[in-house]
Design a protein around this ligand. Structure first.
Ligand SMILES: *Cc1c(COP(=O)(O)O)cnc(C)c1O
Length: 389
């Protein structure tokens, strides 16, 4: 049912599929192995590393949500990225990745490239000249991450895919920040979508998981083979939990976004807020592209704190409804200081190059009441401005 909307796919996938007891919610199958019906007759599922009913349902939900043809659910987002490069890259092949990509992705590609597994070229993908120069190396794969972390920079997916086709490169988009509710990369020309399902897809900060979704059945088969070969696949219990989280994806994404818009309006006139980064703002460099390729602006935002560094630390400490923690996309609101937390491994020079300053704070706006969140920010700003540290 390809014309169904994401919220419907998210709720209905697998409902009433149990033929034994007619359980409305699909049951969980923890068994590691499945009997062969007869000698030489291979069942749909034989061993859980290669396949399992719960993982199968989650894969169906995810590829239908992204309008793909297949998917492989992995044990984390990082292993989804690792599976993808393992399947398609050899020692002579090159991958182009964003210079400001997720820190773990940077570490993974960099480390494997140093071992000679493949070549990697980290490029500022918003710099057209740099990107075109990188394409001349005839890369086999291109990874996009849009919007990026933590400055929510936006890259034109359709434009990159068109250029990629001309040099025969395959494109994957890390769609973790927007989910298929707000962005459908396969419809814009991408060949793969990758998620850390740990974030919005599961949405409750209680499962680590990932997925690679493919535009073609052939790629899905190839990735499934590799997923089994290298042992990257997700567990039945995690799959069950993640599908449970997906049930509310449409409703969650809507409230995340509504609340983040209210918080943006509150932040704009704050004297302790210097620059705000969010694609919904007309002055954001990616605003027009975001309007074109996204159906919502998403709810990850960051801002430069205008006070002293001591005041910033005090502000963060006074917040009651924003937990100081990494990760994002859960029901609970989080605040993160990228320079000392998620991006601390980058080193000062790389941080400066990526535009991540010591004054930058990132918010993952959760599903608490928006006015309560604003009141909490207001009281912490007030205390911080009176603080003489
Ligand atoms: C968290 C994250 C990852 C890595 O996923 P894990 O589930 O933590 O392994 C990759 N890309 C993005 C954009 C992320 O936010």
């Amino acid at each position: 049912m390809s014309n169904r909307k994401p919220a419907t796919i998210a709720v209905r996938t697998g409902i009433e599929s149990d033929t034994q007891h007619h359980a409305v919610v699909p049951p969980i199958y923890l068994s590691t192995n499945y009997g062969f019906p007869a000698f030489g007759e291979v069942p749909t599922y034989d061993y859980t590393r290669s396949g399992n009913p719960n993982r199968g349902l989650l894969e169906t939900a995810l590829y239908e949500l992204e309008s793909g043809k297949g998917a492989v659910v992995t044990n984390c987002g990082t292993s989804a990225l690792n599976l993808w490069v393992s399947a398609f890259l050899g020692p002579e092949d090159t991958i182009i990745a964003p210079h400001d990509c997720y820190g773990g992705t940077y570490r993974l590609f960099n480390t494997r490239a140093q071992k000679g597994d493949f070549k990697v070229n980290f490029v500022d993908q918003s710099d057209e000249q740099a990107f075109d120069a990188a394409l001349e190396q005839k890369p086999k794969l291109i990874l996009l991450e849009t919007p990026s972390n933590p400055l929510v920079r936006v890259v034109d997916i359709a434009a990159v895919c068109e250029k990629a086709k001309k040099v025969g490169a395959l494109v994957a988009v890390d769609n973790t920040f927007l989910t298929p509710v707000y962005q459908k990369p396969l419809e814009l020309g991408a060949d793969f979508v990758i998620h850390s399902t740990t974030k919005y897809i599961n949405g409750h900060s209680d499962v680590i998981g990932g997925v690679v979704i493919t535009k073609t059945e052939e790629h899905a088969e190839e990735l499934a083979w590799w997923g089994n070969c290298i042992g990257a696949t997700g567990t039945p219990f995690d799959s069950y939990m993640t599908l449970r989280g997906i049930r509310t994806l449409g409703a969650r994404m809507r409230v995340h976004e509504e609340s983040s818009q209210q918080i943006l309006d509150f932040l704009k006139p704050q004297p302790l807020v210097k620059v705000i980064y969010h694609p919904s703002l007309p002055e954001h460099p990616g605003h027009e592209i975001a309007k074109k390729q996204q159906s919502g602006f998403g709810s990850m935002l960051s801002f430069e704190f205008a006070g002293s560094f001591e005041q910033l630390k005090y502000f963060v400490g006074e917040l009651e409804l924003f937990s100081l923690a990494e990760s994002l996309g859960g029901v609970e609101s989080l605040i993160c200081h990228p320079a000392s937390m998620t991006h601390r491994a980058m080193g000062e020079e790389a941080l400066a190059e990526a535009g991540v300053s010591q004054q930058l704070l990132r918010l993952s706006v959760g599903l608490e009441d928006a006015q309560d969140l604003i009141d909490d920010l207001a009281q912490a700003f007030e205390k911080a401005s009176a603080f003489k540290g």
